[in-house]
Ligand binder design. Sequence first.
Ligand code: DAK
Length: 257
Amino acid sequence: MSESPIEVVDNAGVVRLTISRPKALNALNSDVLSELERVLAELEARDDLRAVLITGAGEKSFVAGADIAEMRTKTPEEARAFARQALATLKRLETLPVPTVALVNGFCLGGGCELALACDWAVASDNAIFGQPEVLLGVIPGFGGTQRLPRRVGPAMALDLCTTGRKIDAAEALRIGLVNRVMPQAELDSYVEELTRQLGGNGPRSVRATKQAIHDGMEQDLDSALALETALFAFCFAGDEQTEGMSAFVEKRKPNF
Ligand code: DAK
């Protein structure tokens, strides 16, 4: 059997996924997408899941896009099926109930940028390069980029990036809000490992509720979204976690979640 293109390392519910197709700069082909979908389906069923980190193998590339060689000969029907497969997989990633962090170590182009956009966080190395270069190949972003990018950076900047296909460096990605942090490449890995450990150590019920409130609330009008927040706030008082968190504060000790 061939080796899986997704490496999974689980550290007490903090899971690191590494996309590994180094010869193609970790470009996403159908095999990678199918395997990612399978891994995410297993993760979403786990009650003990705390946080997920996703990255690309090696130091040169996070993901250099969808696999151009594989896409080159697709018919419109095959392109539709490929885009649907990718969209379903990225939706699964986006709706995982725990925080997700894209660790962007190098090229983050096309489908790679769209993968990062489906994560809650993006932390980049100072040499990372971002872009949606699809128009240079005669297509448009097909993995959600035309929709998630404007929601992240605003429609003007999304149109700029998607219609020029220009590449931007990590400093510009930070300035426009595409990424949350930029780190020297040598420190990136340990920083993100510590970040995910920290996210994983916070109250799991309240972290999940926070993600649900923000994600679901953004799709609703303000009054409905505020009602959702109230319901989730009350829900937090229904378990042991809030008692432990508040007791720990009063007793001047660390909470044990
Ligand atoms: N696909 C396939 N192979 C790729 C690749 C990609 N996206 N990117 C790189 N590679 C391969 C190269 O072909 C090369 O393979 P060999 O020649 O060694 O066999 C190897 O990785 C190393 O790449 P380079 O030799 O080019 O390395 P450099 O350092 O010189 O350049 C680069 C790195 C990232 C600047 C360059 O490789 C590059 O420009 N890559 C393409 C980046 C790109 O355009 N990405 C966007 C892909 S388009 C849709 C669905 C999806 C999409 C659109 C529509 N529908 C279904 C409608 C999404 C499209 C995209 O993501």
